[in-house]
Write a protein that binds this ligand. Structure first.
Ligand SMILES: O=C(CO)[C@@H](O)[C@H](O)COP(=O)(O)O
Ligand SMILES: [Fe+2]
Length: 225
C-alpha cells in the first residue's frame, strides 16, 4: 500500500494540532516530524518535547526523522516522547545498526536514511533489520526544495533488493515530492511519500486527496496486470 507522510515542517507551527488533523482526516497515513539540531544540518527545528506534545494531540502515526549529529544522545528522549517510527541517518555519528536495534527493542519502528550523496549500497546489510528505509531526494535541512532526479535510481535499487529478498521494509522518499513527479516516484518503487510544501502550502485536505488519487490510480493499474 502506498502511504502519504505529510511533513509538518511546512505546517503552521502555531496550529500543528489543527493542521495535522486536517491532513489525517483527508487520508494521510503518517505524520512526518523533521527534527534538526543545527549541526547535522544548518537548521534548527523540533525536539523531543514537541513530539511528546504531538503524541497527546493526535493518534496519528508519528514518523520522526532525526537529522541530528548524535542520535545516541537523544534516542531515549524520542522513544519516550511517543514516536511510532524513528529514522536515524547513516551519516550521523555512532553505530547505525546498534541504534536500529535500540529503537526496535523499545517497540518503535526503525528506519535508516541516506543523503543524496550517499550510495544506496550502504543500506543493503541493514535492510533485513529495518522496518523502513528513507531515501532523501533533497539535501536535508529545509522544506520546499526541488527533487533531485539522480536519486530515482537509488529508489529502484532499494526496491529491487527489498523485493528480491522478501524483506518486510517500507521504502520512503523525502524531499521535493509534488503531484507532478509522484507518479514517477511510486513507479520507481517508493511506497511512503513525504510531502511538506506540496501538502501544507494551500488547501491541505485537497492536496492530500490529490496525492491519494495518484496512489489509487497507480495501485489500480499495478494490480490490473
Ligand atoms: O526532511 C526534510 C528536509 O530536510 C523534509 O521532510 C522536508 O520537510 C520535505 O519538504 P518538501 O520538500 O516536501 O517541501
Ligand atoms: Fe524529513
Amino acid at each position: 500500500m502506498i502511504k502519504l507522510s505529510p511533513s509538518i515542517l511546512s505546517a503552521d507551527f502555531a496550529n500543528l494540532q489543527r493542521d495535522i488533523a486536517v491532513a489525517v482526516d483527508a487520508g494521510a497515513e503518517y505524520v512526518h516530524v523533521d527534527c534538526m539540531d543545527g549541526h547535522f544540518v544548518p537548521n534548527l527545528t523540533i525536539g523531543a518535547p514537541v513530539v511528546k506534545a504531538l503524541r497527546k494531540a493526535t493518534d496519528a502515526v508519528l514518523d520522526v526523522h532525526l537529522m541530528i549529529a548524535n542520535p545516541d544522545q537523544y534516542l531515549d528522549d524520542f522513544i519516550k516522547a511517543g514516536s511510532d517510527i524513528i529514522t536515524v541517518h547513516y551519516e550521523s555519528n555512532g553505530d547505525t545498526l546498534a541504534q536500529v536495534r535500540k529503537i526496535k527493542e523499545a517497540g518503535v519502528r526503525a528506519c535508516v536514511s541516506i543523503k543524496p550523496g550517499t550510495p544506496a549500497d550502504v543500506l543493503l546489510p541493514l535492510l533485513p533489520e529495518l522496518d523502513m528505509v528513507l531515501i532523501m531526494t533533497v539535501e536535508p535541512g529545509f522544506g520546499g526544495q526541488g527533487y533531485i532526479d539522480a536519486c530515482t535510481d537509488k529508489i529502484r535499487a532499494i526496491r529491487k533488493a527489498i523485493d528480491e529478498n522478501g524483506y518486510q521494509c517500507e521504502l520512503e522518499i523525502d524531499g521535493g515530492a509534488k503531484l507532478t513527479n509522484t507518479p514517477d516516484i511510486v513507479a520507481a518503487g517508493a511506497n511512503v511519500i513525504v510531502a511538506g510544501s506540496a501538502v501544507f502550502g494551500g488547501d491541505i485536505a485537497g492536496n492530500v486527496k490529490g496525492f491519494k488519487k495518484i496512489f489509487d490510480e497507480f495501485e489500480n493499474n499495478y494490480f490490473a496486470f
